[in-house]
Design a binder for this molecule. Structure first.
Ligand code: CP
Length: 315
């Protein structure tokens, strides 16, 4: 693959290869050294047209630990504010010869469009409601390390599925790896054409969580609810928030996940989020750095090979 735009084009073997390499980067990150020269001589530009804490910080750290020259574009201060189009911004950056471009954008498909205009590897850091591939990969790594496998698990994804690129990428990835995926939440927050996803749908949390191995909670994405259903926080927590009573329906050793940012007391009880025996939320953040290192390592190898082939053809 030349880019990482989504989970959709990946084969199960691609996912396994990336997670195996990520395991090696977890070890490196836990060591005193934390550093390699894998991306030495390469330039990584991070362009975030939407807010981010985890994804931007971990892509930046991942690039630095791999020895790349890393630049964060300050999009709030950029000429986008003066009316420059996404494509013109991309062409301007392209002229600076980046090797890796990490992009988050509020519109579904914008990152794909941009990838067609530049001569470097593009990594999707989240586009609209479409995909957030590195999030699904870091979730998969967290699950594989906690459960010892990434197949034949029962996984409940709960909350605002309709507006969530995290849910979409996870549904695709977990399905490809032959897991049983349940979606739990109010019907108003389920995507249209849910039947196409090969998942089970539940409106009742207790039924949806019954005997699952993994409980993945999502926040209400109010910024994407344009005038539609917006539940009150109290009512939402009562019916769909993860608390001890509802979690008791899952398997005794079920893990609790959340991609962040988390709204305590809305979709998850703060005590569960902090319970180190159940919650793997901090592990997810740790895995995020390793997965992004692995993804950039693989794409940089592919890029170097493609450029070497081009040079051979030109010679
Ligand atoms: N999980 C996630 O994408 O978090 P950020 O929005 O903080 O990057």
């Amino acid at each position: 693959h030349r880019h990482l735009l989504g989970i959709e084009p990946l084969a199960p073997a691609d996912i396994t290869t990336l997670l195996d390499l990520s395991d090696q980067y977890v070890d490196l990150n836990r060591s005193a050294r934390k550093h390699t020269e894998t991306l030495a001589g390469l330039t990584q530009i991070n362009m975030f047209f939407e807010n981010s804490t985890r994804t931007q910080a971990s892509f930046e750290l991942a690039g630095q630990r791999l020895g790349a020259d890393v630049m964060n574009m300050a999009m709030q201060a950029s000429s986008i504010k003066k009316g420059e189009t996404l494509i013109d911004t991309a062409l301007t950056l392209n002229a600076m010869h980046p090797d890796l471009l990490v992009v988050r954008h509020p519109h579904s498909g914008a990152v794909d469009l941009l990838s067609q205009k530049v001569r470097c590897a593009v990594l999707n850091a989240g586009d609209g409601r479409h995909e957030h591939p590195t999030q699904a990969l870091l979730d998969a790594l967290t699950i594989r390390r906690a459960k010892g496998r990434l197949h034949r698990l029962s996984i409940a994804i709960c909350g605002d599925i309709a507006h969530s690129r995290v849910a979409r990428s996870n549904i695709l990835l977990l399905g490809k790896m032959e897991n049983r995926v349940r979606l739990v939440g109010p019907p108003t927050l389920m995507p249209a054409r849910i039947g196409e996803f090969g998942v089970e749908v539940y409106e009742d949390m207790r039924e949806g969580l019954k005997d699952v191995d993994v409980v993945m909670m999502l926040r209400l994405q109010r910024e994407r609810m344009d005038g539609g259903f917006i539940p009150s926080e109290r009512e939402y927590f009562h019916r769909f928030g993860l608390d001890t009573e509802k979690l008791a329906f899952a398997k005794e050793d079920a893990i609790v996940m959340h991609p962040g940012p988390m709204n305590r007391g809305v979709e998850i009880d703060g005590e569960i989020a902090d319970d180190i025996n159940r919650s793997v939320i901090q592990e997810q953040v740790e895995m995020g750095v390793a997965v992004r290192m692995a993804a950039m390592d693989i794409l940089a190898r592919n890029l170097r090979e493609a450029r070497a082939r081009e040079r051979k053809v030109m010679a």
